[in-house]
Design a protein around this ligand. Structure first.
Ligand SMILES: [Zn+2]
Length: 231
């Protein structure tokens, strides 16, 4: 993969979970994650290259809601896990890797020749990824991180945020971040936390107030993984 056949177009949907906005990648004839249903963004994607296939890393609206319109614009079909994509399938040199956790239908796309991992919402360019029940499953998510670690990617092109040049270090950071947080949640439980709110207060004390609702959802994912249910 060279710079000339890869285009990244960031959609105009910035936010706390989407960072600078959803990244749409066009590689060869493949468009990965059209992003939101935004006419100007989709026109730019359609003009980037002759698109033959539209692939979704997962069906969350910030990645997928523009898919129908992009399909109309380009006359090609949209493929997602369970709907044209199975684990191990290959599209223009990109291998689909089923990586549930953030969402059950999540896939990454790996280009072995260049060691490039299109990570969707498994790994972001900065910050961390929301894994929250009922859809999110932290045990699955950890397994998915280990799975992509075994591919030994050299760089990561994430669904949100900038390119990650040192893929191995980023994956290690993600694994250890979750392990450290799990240890903090266990400690909070051991010191008597009886509600999710109390767990958040003890195990997520550094999280700024505006991000606390997300911390509550993240705490629930850890509790579920630990087999605990708190009000
Ligand atoms: Zn998502």
């Amino acid at each position: 993969m060279t710079g000339s056949n890869l285009t990244k177009i960031t959609a105009p949907n910035p936010g706390p979970l989407t960072l600078s906005g959803t990244n749409t990648y066009v590689f060869g004839g493949v468009a990965i994650d059209p992003g939101p249903d935004d006419e100007a963004h989709l026109s730019e994607v359609a003009a980037a290259s002759a698109i033959e296939t539209i692939l979704l890393t997962h069906r969350h609206p910030d990645h997928a809601s523009g898919a129908t319109r992009l399909a109309e614009m380009t006359g090609v079909s949209v493929l997602a896990f369970g709907d044209g994509i199975a684990d191990g399938d290959e599209f223009s040199g990109l291998v689909a890797v089923h990586t549930p956790g953030h969402a059950p239908d999540h896939v990454c796309f790996f280009h072995e020749g260049s060691g490039t991992l299109f990570s969707g919402d498994l790994i972001a360019g900065e910050g961390s990824i929301m894994v929250a029940p009922p859809e999110g499953d932290l045990a699955d998510y950890m397994e998915s991180l280990r799975r992509v670690r075994n591919l030994s990617p050299s760089r990561i092109l994430p669904g949100h945020g900038p390119e990650v040049a040192d893929a191995g270090a980023k994956i290690e950071e993600y694994v250890s971040h979750r392990e450290e947080r799990e240890a903090m949640v266990i400690k909070a439980l051991e010191s008597g936390a009886e509600t999710v709110e109390e767990v958040v207060a003890l195990a997520y004390s550094e999280v700024p107030p505006e991000m606390r609702p997300y911390a509550g959802r993240a705490a629930r994912a850890h509790l579920e993984k630990l087999g605990r249910s708190l009000p």
